[in-house]
Design a protein around this ligand. Structure first.
Ligand code: SAH
Length: 260
């Protein structure tokens, strides 16, 4: 591969948010609208059908991320390229692999990383304020991280009692990782700890379940790869309006300082 020093193109690494187009930032939309080539997973490109009409669209599938990153970089020497991820591209998305491949190539191209609303933020917004202060995010996918490392991280974050957001909670290839995560949570947290299961947050067919760590098995069948699970921390509690369960509140601690 020749090394290009001068480049006429550009590469935008774009986070498209959780799904519905109204949750895409104007900057992300502008980058996609201004691109000659749009590269991404078919699922994420679907809501953008109108905007990407007439462009060169490269639909990619899971497991081809390295090839996709290389292709984006090759094209970005001469063309305006947008490579898209759901949520934020820097959170279990394409940003790191694109930057690593670019770094390895020694090429110089114009790169912009455009942030998006993550699944953690989207899911949390549908169930109150469960992540009000410190929290942790752990993916249960062991495709790129060994399971023993994931388990060590789960144990560590649950032990300090902060809310934990579980990404990639379950799939056909690894149906047991979710049960393992629950086991680790139960070592450190009370059975009354609130848990939110949010499926398709800010997308069609959205679903939310509020339960507790002690009763989560009753709702486990709802957990799949379109789901983000939030396990509350030591301070988290169920949020009610009248007698209805609305979600989870994790107090930030104002009650220690103020009377309200
Ligand atoms: N880059 C993305 C995460 C990709 S990993 C981000 O920043 O959000 C894929 C996982 O994200 C899914 O298995 C699921 O756990 C979560 N996820 C993505 N979109 C979601 C949505 N709309 N609702 C609930 N969970 C979602």
């Amino acid at each position: 591969m020749p090394s290009h020093t001068e480049s006429r193109g550009s590469l935008a690494i774009v986070g498209l948010g959780p799904g519905r187009t109204e949750y895409i930032t104007p900057r992300a939309l502008k980058a996609v609208a201004g691109a000659d080539y749009v590269i991404g997973n078919a699922l994420y490109l679907e809501p953008l059908e109108q905007i990407i009409k007439g462009k060169q669209v490269i639909r990619s599938s899971m497991g081809k991320e390295v090839e996709r990153a290389q292709q984006a970089i090759d094209l970005a020497h001469e063309h305006r390229v947008a490579i898209v991820s759901g949520g934020d591209a820097g959170v279990y998305g394409m940003a790191s692999i694109v930057l690593e491949v670019l770094e390895h190539s020694g090429d110089e191209i114009e790169v912009e990383i455009i942030p998006g609303v993550t699944a953690a933020n989207a899911a949390a917004s549908r169930v109150g304020s469960p992540l009000s202060g410190d929290f942790a995010v752990i993916s249960l996918s062991d495709l790129l991280t060994p399971l023993d490392v994931i388990e060590a991280r789960l144990d560590a974050v649950f032990s300090v009692g902060i809310p934990v957001v579980l990404y990639n909670p379950k799939s056909r290839g690894r149906p047991h990782n979710f049960a393992l995560a629950i086991e680790h949570a139960r070592k450190h947290l009370e059975p009354t700890t609130p848990v939110a299961i949010v499926k398709n947050a800010l997308r069609d067919e959205e679903e939310q379940i509020i339960t507790t760590l002690g009763e989560i098995e009753k709702s486990e069948q709802a957990v799949d790869m379109h789901t983000t699970v939030i396990i509350g921390g030591r301070e988290s509690r169920i949020w009610r309006m009248k007698d209805n369960v609305k979600g989870i509140i994790t107090p930030r601690g104002y009650h220690h300082k103020y009377v309200y």
